[in-house]
Design a protein around this ligand. Structure first.
Ligand code: HEC
Length: 164
């Protein structure tokens, strides 16, 4: 016969062992779920939502739209307060768009000045303005600007004439 103290010890050790086994079974059962919910799923969601975060809806006033889209960082845009960037050409497409289309090196798809403006925003590599670097202007504006925003940008830019 076991005495009382020995029985208590056996009971405690037994329970501990059972808890350990149960614990590892439970954690194995939970493991895939935990992994999915804390790792892959939120990451996927984040990647998808970031890719589609719009810079502008097109409902904002045009000055604000340009600022939100970041164009003034690189471009001087007459009539847009604070737009004095120097990385890209001054945006006076009312004066320059027809010259770009007439350039013998122009190999884009645009046939009208408005198309040239839209192409320059959506596919900057289609024609690189002489004297300026390629691959500086972001190539993702097509994913970040709504059709309405693009329309507003084109409406504005096609009427800006060179002030000098
Ligand atoms: C990080 C700098 C940068 C940003 C931001 C940027 N651009 Fe540009 N952009 C350039 C550079 C450099 C060029 C000239 C090289 C080329 O043609 O790709 C250019 C060229 C252009 C042209 C052609 C101009 C011409 O005279 O033919 C247009 C139009 C234009 N950008 C519009 C925009 C608009 C609209 C935005 C904002 C939605 C914008 N850019 C944002 C750097 C930038």
């Amino acid at each position: 016969m076991l005495d009382r103290d020995t029985m208590v010890i056996v009971l405690i050790v037994g329970c501990g062992g059972l808890a350990t086994v149960l614990g590892s079974v439970l954690s194995q059962m939970n493991a895939p779920e935990v992994q999915q919910s804390t790792m892959s799923r939120p990451l996927e969601k984040k990647a998808i939502s970031l890719e589609h975060v719009p810079l502008a809806t097109g409902d904002e006033p045009v000055e604000k739209l340009f600022v939100q889209a970041g164009c003034p960082v690189c471009h001087t845009i007459p009539g847009i307060p604070g737009a004095q960037g120097r990385q890209g050409p001054i945006l006076v497409l009312g004066s320059t768009a027809h010259e770009r289309l007439a350039d013998a090196n122009y190999q884009g798809q645009a046939t009208t000045e408005r198309e040239y403006i839209l192409e320059s925003v959506l596919n900057p590599g289609a024609y690189v303005v002489p004297g300026y670097p390629d691959r500086v202007m972001p190539r993702w504006y097509g994913q970040k600007l709504s059709a309405k925003a693009l329309d507003k940008i084109a409406d504005y830019l096609e009427q800006v004439m060179d002030p000098v």
